[in-house]
Ligand binder design. Sequence first.
Ligand SMILES: NC(=O)c1ccc[n+]([C@@H]2O[C@H](COP(=O)([O-])OP(=O)(O)OC[C@H]3O[C@@H](n4cnc5c(N)ncnc54)[C@H](O)[C@@H]3O)[C@@H](O)[C@H]2O)c1
Length: 316
Amino acid sequence: MKILANDGMAQAGIKVLEDSGFEVLTTRVAQEQLQNFINDNQINGLLVRSATQVRKDLIDNCPSLKLIGRGGVGMDNIDVEYAKGKGIHVINTPSASSSSVAELVFAHLFGGVRYLHDANRNMPLEGDSKFKQLKKSYAAGMELRGKTLGIIGFGRIGQATAKIALGVGMKVIYHDPFLEKASIELPFFDGRSLTFDFESQTKDELVSTADFITLHVPAQKSYVLGKKEFEQMKPGVGIVNAARGGVLDEVALVDALENGNVSFAGLDVYESEPSPEIRILMHPNISLTPHIGAATGEAQNRISTELAEQIITLLK
Ligand SMILES: NC(=O)c1ccc[n+]([C@@H]2O[C@H](COP(=O)([O-])OP(=O)(O)OC[C@H]3O[C@@H](n4cnc5c(N)ncnc54)[C@H](O)[C@@H]3O)[C@@H](O)[C@H]2O)c1
């Protein structure tokens, strides 16, 4: 059996597959050459991340394909139902990267409350000539401990984010129309654990009481945070979006940053990804990362081994 990992695969998963007798190709084949490559090499399993598109025509024209695997969560780049209708297994690794995304949320939050995003821009330029002025500009920092984190979307990543927040000493509230109640077990290093119970609040309640708001919803048809919600927020709130571009209205965000209602935002995903708006990129109160939520060695190892184990179960 041959597996093509077209958007890369961590060595850990390749080894699991090879030890089970699979041949793994890690050639990165261009989209327009993919059909020929799959047919010439009689590929049985195609593994992708978000870059490679697996659309109906590719599925129709590659009869050797038995499995399509997405390393990660969102399967927007795969015609999932169509492939399943043709008897092809379609798999993903929904929980492998939750902790990594949650940690990135806190990188943005911890950075935001101490102006790191701006200090890192200005220290190389003026750190030697205007040290005292910069020190003054960043003097109004804040602690996260004791503040309220509002989590919108309380699935895998939302709950992983809640765990870190609890560890930091924050109060956690959430809004999720599809999850009325939730219990979270917080394990500690020494084997002890504590369980916390939560109930979903309305979006209005969350938005008007949280000191910080983080989004963990799937792609939506309309904004989860738009003009109306920004107007309801507590003055000085911090916002993080590491979910999907388009769940937050970037124009309303910039307006709220300009009028001071939002103090900072941390963005990993963008409405016009992969070409974020220049107003977003240049804004001094936005901490920016280029969609790297799942980009840790640990997450990539878990993704690759989870894919490998599912492939072995399904194809051997
Ligand atoms: N930044 C990154 O690199 C990165 C990596 C992985 C996942 N993600 C994104 O993170 C998001 C969450 O992933 P997950 O694995 O936690 O998904 P999940 O399916 O486990 O959880 C999503 C939750 O959102 C809830 N939800 C749906 N619509 C909602 C709404 N309108 N308001 C409030 N809650 C709503 C669902 O009920 C569910 O509980 C997805 O958009 C995913 O694409 C980003």
